[in-house]
Write a protein of this length. Sequence first.
Length: 929
Amino acid sequence: MHVYGLRAEYRTDTPFTAVNRPRLSWKTADAPPGWTQAAAEIEWRRGEAAAVARVDGRDSVLVAWPFESLQPREQGSVRIRVHGADGTATDWSEPHGIRAGFLGDGEWHARFITVPEPADIGQPLLLRREFTVKPGLEAATLYATARGVYQVEIDGVPVDADRLKPGWTAYRSRLVHETNDVTDLLREGANVIGANLAGGWYTEGFGFHGQARPFYGKYPSFAAQLHLEYDDGTTETIATGDGWRATADGPITASGIYAGESHDARRALPGWSSPGFDDARWLDARPDTAKAMVPVAATTAPVRATAELAVQEVITTPSGRTVVDFGQNLVGHLRISVQGREGDTVVLRHAEVLEHGELGTRPLRHAKATDTYTLAGNGTETWEPEFTFHGFRYAEIQGWPGEFDPADVTAVVVHSDLKRTGHFSSSHELLDRLHENVVWGMRGNFVSIPTDCPQRDERLGWTGDIQVFAPAASFLYDCDGFLASWLDDLALEQFDDGAVPFIVPNVLEWAQTPAAAWGDAATVVPTVLFDRFGDRAVLERQYPSMRAWTDHLAALAGDRHLWEGRFQFGDWLDPDAPPEDPARAKTDPDIVASAYFQRSAALTARAATELGHTEDAATYGALAEAAREAWVREYVTGASRIVSDAPTAYALAIEFDLVTDPEARERMGARLAWLVRRAGYRIGTGFVGTPIIQDALTRTGHAETARRLLLQTDNPSWLYPVTMGATTIWERWDSMLEDGTINPGEMTSFNHYAFGAIADWLHRTVAGLAPLEPGYRRIAVAPVPLAGLDRAAAELETPYGRARVGWEVHDGRVVVHAQVPPNTTALVTLPGLEAFDVGSGDHEWTIDDPRTEPRRAGLTIDSRLSDLIEDAEAHEAVLRAVEAVDPERARSLRSAQWTEHRTLLGELTPGPPAVLARVEAALANLKRD
């Protein structure tokens, strides 16, 4: 038995911590079955001095710092030894280094500097400062940030491999700095610190319909201070301000998030960040005139290059252009190695899809997504852009000198460098590809902030998208610190009246109207982080924001406790909404808004209870109940129908516990299942309904309906994009039409994770691994084996250790296995059995196969559509038979309403006799029990 996974706060990629009292987390491995922690000893060592604190109890996740607060630049190491309730104990863990990565009050002296009179908005620039290091240097710590994006070099060596630092935050209120130990890069005598700088998000033009403009500022600026400590106890600080030199005549001639980057290698300045470089032609840097701001230490991992992909195919398009296909829609950039003459220019254009064989750039709108490289003519030149990123699978190569070799082009995958924690697998190839698409969608849209899309002239932190996706995200990656940082910005961007903007950081000044399911990120995301990571501090920090949002909704709802009659996105991108009006969903937007009002009130009440705010808990609990009663009174009929007779409305009623009467819930579940069957098991929900419809079906006893909906491949469905070759989740169910044409809608992304929220249901329900107590301290083992699958499993590195739940069919029975981490317990709920508790360890149970087999009633040409749709094999056989003779009629039949009032014969007549004959033969050939 031993301790592992020791860390301070959120980050595992650096020893630097952003806070002076970092919470500690650790895990225990190889413990006896049923083992629980009774106490832990924590040792804090600084040199020869050590202190030990004992913490009694089971807590091992985000445990409060038990020593004196850290001071700036203080460093030491922590070790853990745990004691079990059974009397066992571990040895001391390996030491984990901790360093204070923050500055003390009044210690930030750096000024933001830039180049005098930049020629263009977002003009890239270089900055340098030469300085002398005295003998006896013991430590050197760099604190750096920018209004823009930057990279720092010392004596010609980059200080790290991070990209797009310092990332995107609510720049007007919060700017972060990175902290680096640069001791090994310095030498006694002359040294140079150099900064390569571009505008990034700070100077990007934001806006729609061609009205984009810079929101924060027009010119990038840089601030840093280098703290030097010597062995005689003296210190020295090198800070931006006087003595720095600047130029805009570097090799990067233009750079933008949307436009791409241009690099002219003929303008290279060898040795610019090293001693001895002649900067006589450079200018004295000038102070930035923007409002002074003191940055805070970054709390989450930066953006980094995490993978590389080779070209899978070289395509010559119908117009004769050269396009490379990487086989995977990704986010990042290209690296090229090229030989040519001085002045040759290679142009790289990026897109996610091909449309009729050509690069499909229309979905990019005004984003050029184009990088250019002009050669110096010095043999083989290797280059990649530094300060931009693109969403792409395909890249068009223009101007390549000589014969093109695909081995000279590599796709570099870029995203926030979070640790992968969760995995899912099954026996269904398309389902596994769907899950992989969700993973790639998250990777591409977690680039400093959670964005909606990574490719077009948008890439914004839409609150609604992450509100629905946060549960899935928290399983796939360790994103607690990432989303906690984003929530800090949400609270800062929140309006004085409590309204939450559509996007965070908010760069749309016109967007001040509250919207249900979008603004509710203020209450939902903190709750998810508490449930999935056990992060109580997030609730504490965000509680004022949660209250403000809920109070704002209460004011809008008034005495009737209904949020009605105002702008809403509603069930955004309902598949039945017109392409240019994605808010026109089947479900009344007031039903959605009032449901979310109730949910936010309930979540705020729950947070108040957890934090010990008893009066608030009672107040918001009463508000939630009043809103629930109002919702039922206004929207639910006596027959348990909802006035918007649409799947999302019923899913909200069931999943948000708006309807609590068991019989009414049963009737609503039956109605929801009927609506799904009537639609031919094709999806009928948008952003709001899609994440919860499968839970609503399974919770009300309709797992077979959920299965048919999940495994549907016709459009619209989760698997239709997979059959079309998708490698990420699409924004629209039909972003690509069956004929290879891009959806005509003005907004069409092929990398949008919102509909990928289904992954959370795959983890919790199909595989059966879910949290019952915050941080998975108590786990739910509750798989729902589905017909059409022979196995499914989910595996997660929880805050307490590795958990795994899976099932497989063996000799006609279902074998369920579970791995429960040490120091946790599980509640096991298996089909046909009473729930029971187990302790940590490996477990296995064999149960009768509960899966529902397809009905095998005799079907003929005269059968009702409602009977035909219940037999998946017969349904598909009929569609194939019709398609073989009359493809247009097959498309019409797929979109029919599969009700008991319509017959197959009625749908096929009048029509060619060959169709009827083909269908009758197909039905006759089906094997029957």
